[in-house]
Design a protein around this ligand. Structure first.
Ligand code: MLT
Length: 330
């Protein structure tokens, strides 16, 4: 090869590289939890799928541990188009889009299969439309994180009597506050990114979150007792700024949606393959699991009779809850 030919070839290759780099898009994904939990797993799967589906022209950088702000703040940022994606607990979306509360009504979701039916069927589609309308974000994928179990640093809790007097942190979510009120406790609403420090410093005695989250956030270092209540199955969606979504070409939108669906399927497999091991690791680290007395009956009774009726209006009426329960064959 002549020098001239070689130079021409090299210049051509270099300009192709530059053009690709210039046209490659890197999205930012805020993640509330630390790396290692179900939120991060969903984000990783999404980023891999997006890269693959777009032939490498689209990538996503993950920012775990609330680096880009508290979960509820990321919704505002995404709504304004200042942030591309966020992965956060469903309960932190409800304040912006009240109908999402159907997924956080206590004891409605009773298994990971129920969670899948609701999120991947008509209910999920409708909620996606509602979050676009109310909150300016589009649900692209779901992580399935397991039931939120109660933890505290003071004593084993089996009954509602045991719970009395404990200071429990909850997200700033009316439904969760109402659940604890129904159980005879006045909980402390607090942002997620302040929770570890508050537990560590004894500002609060306890909180609830899934095993996967307790482990990712290292709560075993500051909490001792676990009561595996099953009032909320934690769903943690990947949401995208609707402004940013609408600014993409139809081809890119299709890649994003397909990557979100594939990541959702991965999350469904992941929780089932991982949760039991994580639970055992938490016990090995010194946490003590105490089952709620009498199959949790008094917890269920109080929450469903006192909390459900108070939220019929925000979820679109009692008929809506009845329809959802019918979808779950109940
Ligand atoms: C919360 O308790 O605020 C959330 O469930 C935290 C999370 O996103 O894991």
């Amino acid at each position: 090869m002549t020098l001239k030919k070689w130079l021409t070839g090299s210049v051509w290759a270099a300009s192709l590289l530059l053009a690709t780099a210039a046209s490659a898009t890197t999205f930012k994904v805020a993640i509330g939890d630390a790396a290692g939990g179900t939120q991060y797993e969903l984000g990783k799967a999404f980023a891999e799928q997006l890269k693959e589906k777009s032939g490498g022209s689209m990538t996503a950088d993950l920012f775990p541990n609330s680096q880009l702000g508290d979960e509820q703040d990321t919704i505002n940022d995404a709504a304004m188009g200042l942030l591309d994606f966020s992965i956060l607990a469903i309960n932190n979306i409800t304040p912006f889009s009240p109908s999402v509360a159907v997924l956080t009504l206590p004891y409605v979701i009773q298994s990971v299969e129920d969670a899948k039916i609701l999120t991947q069927g008509d209910v999920g589609k409708e909620l996606t439309e509602n979050t676009i309308r109310d909150a300016g974000v589009r649900i692209i994928g779901w992580s399935y994180s397991g039931f939120r179990v109660l933890t505290n640093s003071k004593r084993p809790v089996r009954t509602l009597d045991d719970l009395k007097g404990l200071i429990i942190r909850v997200p700033k979510n009316e439904l969760m506050i109402a659940s604890y009120n129904a159980w005879g406790v006045n909980p402390t609403p607090m942002a997620w990114n302040e929770t570890f420090t508050a537990l560590q410093q004894g500002v609060v005695d306890g909180q609830d979150n899934p095993y996967m989250t307790i482990s990712a956030m290292k709560f075993d270092e500051v909490q001792k007792y676990i009561t595996p209540i099953r009032y909320l199955f934690s769903l943690e969606p990947l949401v995208m700024s609707e402004q940013v979504f609408q600014a993409q070409t139809p081809e890119v939108q299709a890649w994003i949606l397909a990557a979100g669906q594939a990541a959702t399927e991965h999350s469904y497999e992941y929780i089932q393959a991982t949760e039991e091991r994580i639970k055992q690791e938490l016990q090995a680290a010194g946490m003590e699991i105490v089952e709620p007395a009498n199959n949790e009956q008094e917890w269920i009774e109080a929450a469903t009779t006192k909390v459900w009726p108070a939220f019929y209006d925000s979820i679109g009426g009692k008929e809506r809850l009845d329809a959802i329960l019918a979808t779950l064959n109940r």
